[in-house]
Design a protein around this ligand. Structure first.
Ligand SMILES: Cc1ncc(COP(=O)(O)O)c(C=O)c1O
Length: 482
């Protein structure tokens, strides 16, 4: 039932110790009363002086609340007069976040893209806290935060003197072009390098630019679910290709798909390495002009047993390979920076697409990262982490072989941040993972990374993010679970 203006202050309950400020609380409560029809259209609210007195708040608090509600269309306010309610209890005014009893929940009609994203069972949710041996992470505790903070500070201080505008900062592009040429054999002119908030953003951008619904895309199976999701959501027919000892199997005489997604440096999830000979054959079997290749080098910085094999991108003579990288593994996942090396023929198209989709990384962070790389901190950090992760890989392999050798076959990856241990008996990796997670060891089921019917059952275990003592404790827990 509508209330009279004298009763309004009695319906307001402000919490001075609350997280929300008094203006926001008062605005929200008045809005709720109006939207619910308790304060009816045409009702004049108490004057700001009176309401402030009744509620024991400053007059400014009330005035700001009235101004906000007038701006949202709930009130008509004019100077020297009491504000009058203009909202008649229909649908709440968009953007004010008010649900009224009259608001009916409607089923939103989604685009085909969003509908496909919602169908996936890989939600990319960020789970916290991180528990041993969750795969996919480096050890962020080892990141040189003080050095990084100095780079960030200098970048912020210099901001006023910087040229405004370029979405992909020249200093970072140059630093990356040098680093990628020297360490991964990537051949890229600076304008081919697109700086993005993540590697996943690179996949979404590629899908948006290249995929027409119905196009065929080949991915590794088991593989990185984020890639299959990005291409499927754009309407591609995604087909899984099985693995052999060198990662993605070669398909002699395969038809010409629109795109092939591969992780040749450390196949995700198995860590298998595609040899130079296989890379050359791989490029030879896909048709330039018909098929694009996306090479995802998400953790290629970490190699332990041999020198890294040059990237597919650097070996390709036809300008058809996209090279994708990320700083989430090499630095910290919070840094939210990745990059994409675009084939020369697509540079201007990607420039437009990046601007319009708005996948633009902060200039402050880009400049800070450029300094972090050019001053040698990035390579120093990588060298240190390579040594540390190498020891941790060996420690986990040794622990698993010693304590779980009867239950698991460990695949020792030559690099990367995670490994696969196959179940020797049974094919129920999801049930094993549930038991392990309940006991505090965050393994991932290999079968959950299969595109269709799982071909393999096993555990994906991270080693890079965990100290040797943590790895030992996790292995003991695992042994108790088996
Ligand atoms: C193979 C692979 N590619 C890409 C990514 C995504 O990286 P980003 O965090 O930069 O989106 C991941 C993350 O785990 C990955 O495993």
């Amino acid at each position: 039932m509508p209330v009279s203006d004298s009763m309004i202050s009695g319906l307001i309950d402000l919490n001075r110790a609350g997280e929300q400020g008094l203006v926001a609380q008062l605005t929200g409560q008045l809005r709720g009363l109006i939207a619910a029809g308790r304060i009816a259209k045409g009702c004049a609210l108490p004057s700001s002086r009176r309401l402030a007195g009744d509620l024991g708040v400053s007059r400014n608090t009330v005035t700001y609340a009235f101004e906000q509600l007038a701006a949202e269309g709930y009130l008509a306010a004019s100077h020297g007069r009491r504000p009058v309610v203009t909202f008649d209890g229909g649908e709440p005014i968009e953007g004010t976040g008010v649900a009224t009893s009259k608001a009916r929940p409607a089923t939103p009609r989604l685009s085909p893209w969003a509908s496909k994203l919602k169908q996936t069972d890989w939600p990319m949710s960020y789970q916290a806290p991180l528990k041993p041996l969750r795969p996919g992470h480096g050890d962020f505790r080892e990141f040189p935060n003080e050095v990084w903070a100095r780079c960030l500070r200098r970048s912020a201080v210099r901001a006023a003197r910087r040229e405004l505008g370029p979405v992909n900062r020249a200093r970072l592009r140059e630093a990356l072009a040098h680093y990628l040429a020297a360490s991964r054999g990537v051949r890229a002119a600076v304008d081919q390098i697109v700086i993005l908030p993540s590697a996943q953003a690179a996949l979404t951008l590629i899908a948006a630019v290249l995929i027409t619904p119905g196009d065929e895309v080949l991915v590794e199976d088991p593989g990185y679910p984020g890639a299959a999701v990005a291409f499927r959501a754009s309407g591609a027919r995604v087909t899984g290709i099985g693995l052999d000892r060198q990662g993605m199997q070669q398909m002699p005489g395969m038809a010409a798909p629109k795109l092939i997604f591969t992780t040749p440096s450390h196949q995700h999830p198995t860590g298998r390495l595609m040899s130079l000979a296989r890379r050359t054959a791989f490029l030879g079997s896909s048709r330039p002009g018909r098929t694009w290749i996306v090479e995802d080098d998400y953790d290629g910085e970490f190699h332990y047993d041999s020198r890294p094999v040059p990237s597919l991108q650097g070996l390709d003579a036809h300008g058809r390979v996209f090279y994708v990288g990320t700083f989430s593994k090499a630095m910290t996942s919070d840094i939210r920076l990745g990059y994409l090396v675009v084939p020369p023929a697509l540079v201007s198209t990607f420039e437009i697409a990046q601007r319009h989709i708005g996948l633009i990384a902060s200039s402050h962070i880009q400049e800070a990262l450029a300094e972090f790389i050019t001053d040698g901190h990035f390579l120093a950090h990588l060298r240190r982490m390579r040594r540390l992760y190498h020891l941790r890989r060996d420690h986990l392999v040794d622990g698993l072989q010693r304590h779980l050798g009867e239950a698991l076959t460990v695949e020792v990856p030559q690099g990367g941040i995670q490994l696969v241990a196959r179940l020797k008996r049974g094919r129920a990796d999801q049930a094993v993972v549930k038991r392990l997670v309940d006991a505090g060891v965050e393994a991932r089921a290999l079968s959950s990374l299969a595109l269709g019917k799982p071909r393999d059952h096993g555990l994906l275990l991270g080693f890079a993010a965990w100290r040797e003592s943590e790895i030992s404790a996790a292995v003991r827990t695992m042994a108790a679970c088996f």
